[in-house]
Design a protein around this ligand. Structure first.
Ligand code: AMP
Ligand code: MG
Length: 778
């Protein structure tokens, strides 16, 4: 039977029906039919079964068979269809309905889609109990719709909740036997109809079903345009990998009475014999028999694993239950997961070793390192370097001057310097003085600089005499680091610092047209740095700092290195334009660790002199999505160097999700990994509900790395720093990142882009709205 059913039909040859009689024993036989779908449809199969039963019973009773062929045959119908012109009004309906960009359903698959589908498939069923079945059938009556429309609506909800896509297209086969004389004719009278609906998270189910009902009725009343004509007329982009218009199907059928063959013969339905074929990615077919509903998915085994399909079935059933309980619930709020499943998705508090638990301030850690390794190289720039002891002494001198000008706790001090050893010394000095530093790129436009000075209420600026003129027109206290009396014996008494005092502020692009300040406390940055000692197996002996200190990504290298006694190698501005210099620095200073944008790392690997990079044990890419191609390129060139993908917005302090990329991985996209540094990661839908495994959600971050909110922007802060909706009654905040992601089967998170118009340009986070608003102002 398996052999007969899996043998490929040659459509150019006759013989699209195969029948075998198999003998089990003297009195036990099986009559097995295999028919190509192109010659028979579901309806015809029922007709055929009835004819077979009638004939069999007659013959068994010893009666004579009179067979009168139908007066109309399928070939007549085919002729009629070929010669009848396409209904223009119907065609226009489809041109209108299927206009615009047709989305490809972004359903997560377990394997990479092959260039050509093999159509291998399987089926998985889930029968519903009597109570739920009758409840659903009653509810659809109550809403004045058919079970088809009701169950299709739930399918839209399922697909929407998985993909986050609101424009969803589903295919469904429809019988095109519009005249009575075709009723008994065997053949393929099916046309495929595309059902397109827009799902909104805030629509009530009972309202949305009205929309689906209307769309379905109009689609069905325009069902005569053959599918292949539509494909040609609408000029859809054809690809061998995905089917045109839709990737998923929906079927609903009520079982007809099985004809009787008498007492010694049983009819085995086609549903009981899995042909192991799937014509589409996924087909949900729901059958009703004697008031019982049964769900079944036919799925492409090149794309999906059985476990994923079991989840689809369970989630569909949960949705049915939720809808049954409350027809007016909003689509985004409908329950979809069991309690146990939700528990798996919640962050588990792991009591990891917090290496810096006893510290209240980040510079206290550096002070202890200084005691331990006073003669270690701390900072290196070009041919110059200073030791930890020198760093400490020089920072104290500047701190002393700052302390004289400091007026209040948490005083904000702007740090505006070109890249140099003094820049980091001054940074440490500001921290020592119990102030928060506000790094400012000296090349920023005056307007932006003035805005930030005022916004952050900043009255002290630490800079270099070469840049002093920038501040001529401001009334700020200017401290010039190169014009300072060196007095090494001076004993400075440093102020006490608390964990929730500010360490620094970083300004990022804002959609209102002005940048917004993210304040980071000592607790935030201590936690972020301690997480590195947990996650990475080696601390940096020499870290090549590529990014500007006004980016939060620079904090990874600065504090990880200075809190563990390594050598921080500073680079000149725009070093990314000179790959040879980067390699020379790596070789000369035996750089063990570095962090950069994936795009820059790609250039280094493609054009670089790889033998100079041999000292690298750890390369971190961050700030933008890392492609698989980059991963492959890395392992080809530097197989002994670890490659890591770090993800994190400034608002959650440098990093919160990270992944060690392995050579053996083969998914399309490199994962961003799992939570690090005590971060709590939540993937939520627009209604702030957890999304299931595999579904697209927005990434929200909680935990000790999260900043307390933007400076002077209560409205914006309230929009994106939310009370954790999953911890009722607690005042813990989670940050809404605006990034989309989903869980892969291995439990890591995949990054899927933005929900808004934020982009990255050479690592700069830019809200396109800010550009637009400023442009309009000019
Ligand atoms: P920033 O605040 O400058 O660190 O920028 C944070 C944003 O950069 C995130 O919200 C993401 O959109 C993007 N981003 C950061 N790291 C990654 C990464 N590893 N993969 C993809 N996007 C990233
Ligand atoms: Mg970042």
């Amino acid at each position: 039977m398996r052999k007969q059913s899996s043998r490929v039909f040659d459509l150019s040859e006759p013989g699209l029906v195969r029948i075998s009689l198999l003998k089990y024993s003297a009195h036990r036989f099986v009559l097995f039919f295999t028919l190509h779908h192109i010659v028979i449809d579901e309806w015809s199969i029922d007709v055929l079964k009835q004819q077979l039963a009638d004939s069999y019973l007659k013959l068994a009773a010893g009666r004579f068979l009179e067979i009168s062929p139908e007066t109309i045959q399928f070939s007549d119908y085919a002729h009629w269809e070929r010669t009848t012109p396409i209904d223009k009004i119907q065609l226009d309906y489809w041109k209108d309905t299927l206009s615009g960009n047709l989305p490809i359903l972004n359903l997560q698959t377990d394997s990479i889609r092959p260039a050509r589908p093999s159509f291998k498939g399987k089926q998985q069923a889930l029968p519903l109990d009597e109570k739920l079945s009758s409840d659903i059938l009653n509810k659809s009556k109550q809403l004045g719709t058919t079970p088809f429309v009701f169950l299709l609506t739930v399918y839209y909800v399922l697909l929407y909740r998985y993909t986050g896509q609101s424009d969803i297209l589903v295919g469904t086969p429809i019988a095109n036997r519009s005249v009575k004389s075709l009723e008994k004719v065997l053949g393929f009278f099916i046309n495929t109809v595309v059902l397109r609906s827009t799902v909104l998270t805030t629509s009530r189910f009972s309202d949305f079903i009205e929309v689906v009902k209307k769309n379905t009725l109009s689609a069905f009343s325009n069902k005569e345009v053959p599918f292949d004509v539509l494909v040609k007329e609408l000029k859809v982009e054809r690809s061998l990998a995905v089917s045109p218009f839709f990737q998923v199907m929906f079927l609903y059928h009520s079982a007809t009475d099985t004809p009787s063959f008498g007492s010694d013969l049983r009819l085995i339905d086609e549903a009981e014999f899995d042909t192991e074929v799937s014509k589409f990615d996924l087909t949900l077919s729901i059958s009703e028999s004697n008031g019982l509903l049964s769900l079944a998915f036919e799925y492409d085994t090149d794309l999906f694993e059985a476990a994923t399909i079991s989840r689809f079935l369970a989630h569909y059933k949960m949705l049915l239950k939720g809808i049954n309980a409350n027809l007016t619930e909003q689509i985004g709020n409908l329950p979809m997961m069991s309690f146990e499943e939700e528990k798996v998705l919640l962050p588990v508090p792991t009591e990891k070793e917090n290496y810096f638990k006893s510290y209240k301030a980040i510079h206290h850690i550096i002070a202890d390192v200084t005691h331990q390794f006073p003669q270690n190289k701390a900072l290196t720039f070009n041919d110059l370097f200073i030791t930890y002891q020198e760093l400490d002494e020089q920072a104290n001198i500047i701190a002393h001057v700052i302390l004289q000008k400091k007026k209040k706790r948490n005083e904000v001090v702007m740090l505006c310097m070109d890249r140099s050893i003094e820049m980091i010394v001054a940074m440490l000095a500001i921290l020592k003085a119990g102030c928060a530093y506000l790094p400012m790129d000296p090349k920023y436009p005056m307007e932006r600089l003035n805005f930030i000075l005022e916004d952050a209420d900043c009255n002290i600026v630490v800079t270099h005499s070469s840049l002093a003129s920038v501040f001529d027109l401001t009334n700020k206290n200017i401290i010039l680091v190169d014009k300072m009396e060196a007095n090494k014996t001076m004993d400075v008494i440093l102020p006490e610092v608390r964990e929730d005092d500010l360490a620094y502020i970083i300004y990022t692009s804002g959609s209102t047209g002005q940048p917004k300040g993210v304040p980071i406390t000592h607790r935030n940055i201590i936690n972020s740095t301690a997480g590195r000692l947990d996650f990475y197996s080696e601390n940096p002996s020499a870290f090549l700092l590529m990014s500007s200190i006004s980016f939060d990504s620079s904090k990874a290298g600065i504090y990880w290195t200075l809190c563990t006694g390594g050598n921080l190698i500073l680079t000149e501005n725009r070093i990314e334009q000179d790959i040879t210099r980067i390699e020379d620095l790596v070789q000369r200073h035996m750089v063990s660790h570095t962090l950069m944008l994936p795009t820059l790392y790609k250039v280094i690997l493609e054009h670089g002199n790889l033998t100079k990079l041999e000292s690298l044990s750890t390369v971190i890419v961050a700030g933008e999505a890392c492609t698989r191609a980059l991963g492959n390129l890395h392992f080809k060139n530097l197989p002994d160097t670890g490659l890591y993908n770090e993800y994190g917005p400034t608002e959650a302090t440098v990093w919160c999700i990270a992944h060690k990329i392995e050579k053996t991985e083969d998914s399309d996209m490199v994962s961003i990994g799992k939570a690090v540094a005590n971060a709590e990661v939540y993937l939520l839908n627009e209604s702030k509900k957890l999304v299931p495994y595999g579904a697209v959600g927005e990434i929200y971050i909680g935990g000790p790395g999260v900043s307390k909110g933007y400076i002077n922007r209560t409205d914006l802060t309230e929009k994106v720093f939310l009370n954790n909706p999953l911890k009722a009654g607690s005042n813990e905040k989670i940050y809404k990142t605006g990034d989309l992601g989903r869980y892969r089967n291995d439990g890591t998170v995949e990054f899927l882009g933005r929900v808004d118009h934020q982009v990255k340009v050479r690592g700069f986070r830019i809200e396109l709205d800010e550009v637009e608003k400023n442009y309009i102002r000019i």
